[in-house]
Design a binder for this molecule. Structure first.
Ligand SMILES: Nc1nc2c([nH]c(=O)n2[C@H]2C[C@H](O)[C@@H](COP(=O)(O)OP(=O)(O)OP(=O)(O)O)O2)c(=O)[nH]1
Length: 164
């Protein structure tokens, strides 16, 4: 398990990069990821829910916002509610988007992965590590960086905490 201060990993490619359009080959396949910054209270956040990954091995032990990949035919928000129910076992109420630097307000995680992140609070249930995680933990502003976040999450977490 990586410890705090460990160098966050660079995301492994799910499959080898394809040639670019300049090579007259197919474009790299974009991967749409959605994530949720679950806080204790959307109106006055004091705590953020983080989840520790168990897979793939290169990412195991690093912490992230619960979420996952959008499946074909799903809207981003449908994917978000499905992933949160599967992974954390709660129903959530969405708040505002956490605006990233890309034109569509997403955050670049790797050359192929982009994540859209919403603020949220729990509408029903107790968060648990059910699938793909082995621990969930509430972090305060003071403990936000006590866990090793995935590299792409660090600016997102900082943006969330900047509003507290
Ligand atoms: N869910 C999530 N994924 C993140 C975050 N930060 C980050 O770099 N990622 C990366 C890790 C993965 O390469 C990718 C999301 O894939 P995932 O494995 O969570 O997707 P999934 O739940 O749909 O799982 P699978 O069906 O692909 O196994 O985005 C984050 O905060 N949340």
């Amino acid at each position: 398990m990586p410890q705090t201060g460990a160098v966050p990993p660079t995301l492994p490619a799910d499959e080898p990069d394809q040639p670019t359009a300049d090579d007259d080959g197919p474009r790299p396949q974009a991967v749409d990821v959605v994530g949720v910054a679950i806080v204790d209270d959307l109106d006055a956040p004091q705590r953020l829910l983080a989840a520790r990954r168990t897979e793939p091995p290169a990412l195991a032990g690093f912490w992230e916002l619960p979420g996952g990949k959008v499946e074909p035919g799903e809207s981003w928000q449908e994917a978000l509610h499905r992933e949160i129910a599967e992974e954390i076992g709660v129903r959530i109420e969405l708040g505002p988007i956490v605006a990233g630097p890309l034109p569509d307000l997403r955050w670049q995680l790797s050359p192929r992965h982009r994540i859209a992140v919403w603020m949220a609070q729990i509408a029903d249930g107790e968060p648990q590590a059910l699938d793909e995680h082995d621990e969930v933990r509430w972090l305060t502003k003071g403990t936000l960086h006590d866990v090793p976040w995935l590299e792409g999450d660090v600016p997102i977490v900082d943006a969330i905490a900047a509003d507290w």
